[in-house]
Design a protein around this ligand. Structure first.
Ligand code: SF4
Ligand code: SF4
Length: 390
């Protein structure tokens, strides 16, 4: 690849307005070139590309990393003599038959035709990580072992529990889909869950992070929101710095995204995107009026960190301000998927509709993320909206 720009930037944000192969190729070359290029890719290397394949959804739904970008990345890597394996572990069953269906629907067969392997190794491993902040035991999908490098290729989306899904959240896909509910149950506090995600990201340390923000998602993300043309591609050697800039471009304060806040507190990235050496002019990419989701920890912080209310963990106040899963009965088909997925087992089906025992709900939003109809949404009470949530 030609060195088109100085390669020492922390993060690159470049214009990419469509998924045409030439547009994607040019954007990838410029963005990657600005953050160090691909000279580290050597012949014979095996490189895992961790895409966001949250569910078997078509590229137009804007929930998954677009195949056109993955195709162009495959070409760039194979031209250097590397072999490429692309994969993810969506929520739910993780087996070859399911993954084959996911690859069919998400359009990734196009990458296979270019020589990429689509991962079908669905074996799992467990790592002990004593240095981790929260997740000292990490269950993970074994395909990420035995590669020379990992490239994290995420999708920019709103996210009911974490506010935003970007590079750091994408590595939660290293956890087998069948195990993900357990992680939500292990770490019901959003700050703990965010730190667990950072621990997982640290465990795998992607060599390069890329973000498909050509068409991303706003509103009821990360699966059933509204596609929105953001018109950009981001790249960085640091997922934390990429997320910091992405959050700012969507209009979030860093503290409003728990994974960004956790990475700042852990000294993994600066406190503000203003401290980043950015290739591209961020002001050209700021997104006005994005329908954002407010992460629940942020709502609690609005009352003050460590004040009397927080210390007492006032359940009444929390129940007033925290977002909660809310059913739209006009969209619900009564399939029961949310009841099967709920890690806390607090959903029961009654008369063909899910009923949630809110006293024991851990606000993980798995029911919202995986409802195939978009019938479960992130609800907020008027008082929470008045305090600043959407
Ligand atoms: S998964 Fe969605 S459609 Fe199915 S029962 Fe739950 S809310 Fe209804
Ligand atoms: S009801 Fe929904 S948000 Fe609550 S614990 Fe179950 S899956 Fe999570």
């Amino acid at each position: 690849m030609k060195a088109v720009v100085a390669a020492d930037h922390d993060v690159a944000v470049v214009r990419c307005t469509d998924y045409g192969s030439q547009t994607c190729r040019a954007a990838l070359e410029t963005a990657i070139g600005a953050v160090g290029g691909l000279d580290w890719v050597l012949p014979g290397m095996r490189i895992a590309v961790k895409a966001n394949l949250v569910r078997a959804m078509k590229p137009e739904a804007a929930a998954t990393t677009h195949p056109a970008l993955l195709c162009e990345l495959t070409k760039l890597l194979t031209a250097r003599g590397a072999s490429v394996v692309i994969g993810d572990s969506p929520g739910g069953l993780f087996n070859p038959a399911r993954m084959s269906h996911v690859y069919d629907v998400t359009g990734l067969r196009a990458c296979e035709k270019l020589g990429a392997e689509l991962n079908t190794d669905c074996s799992q491993k467990t790592a002990q990580v004593p240095e981790a902040r929260v997740a000292k035991t990490i269950d993970y999908t074994a395909w990420l072992d035995g590669v020379d490098a990992i490239i994290d290729f995420c999708k920019l989306k709103t996210h009911a529990q974490m506010g935003m899904s970007c590079a750091v959240k994408n590595m939660f896909g290293a956890v087998p889909g069948t195990m993900k509910p357990e992680y939500h149950y292990r770490y019901p506090d959003p700050a703990d869950f965010a730190n667990a995600i950072v621990d997982i990201f640290e465990r795998f340390r992607p060599r390069l992070c890329l973000c498909d923000a050509v068409t991303g998602m706003e509103g009821n993300g990360p699966t059933m929101g509204t596609p929105r043309d953001f018109g950009m591609l981001l790249a960085s050697r640091s997922g934390y710095e990429l997320d910091l800039l992405a959050a700012e471009l969507l209009g979030y304060e860093p503290a409003q995204i728990p994974t960004v806040e956790a990475s700042i507190k852990r000294g993994l990235c600066p406190e503000s995107a203003a401290s980043l050496n950015v290739f591209g002019e961020p002001d050209d990419f700021r997104q006005d009026g994005v329908e954002r989701l407010q992460a629940q920890s942020t709502m609690t912080q609005l009352l003050g960190d460590g004040n009397a209310i927080s210390r007492l963990g006032n359940r009444v106040v929390k129940s007033l301000i925290d977002p909660f899963p809310k059913l739209d009965p006009t969209l619900c088909t009564g399939c029961g998927g949310c009841a099967r997925m709920c890690p806390a087992k607090v959903i029961t089906m009654k008369k063909g509709r899910p009923r949630i025992d809110r006293r024991h709900c851990i606000h993980c939003f798995c029911c919202q993320e995986f409802c195939p109809q978009g019938a479960m949404k992130a609800g907020r009470r008027a008082v929470a909206r008045l305090l600043g949530g959407k």
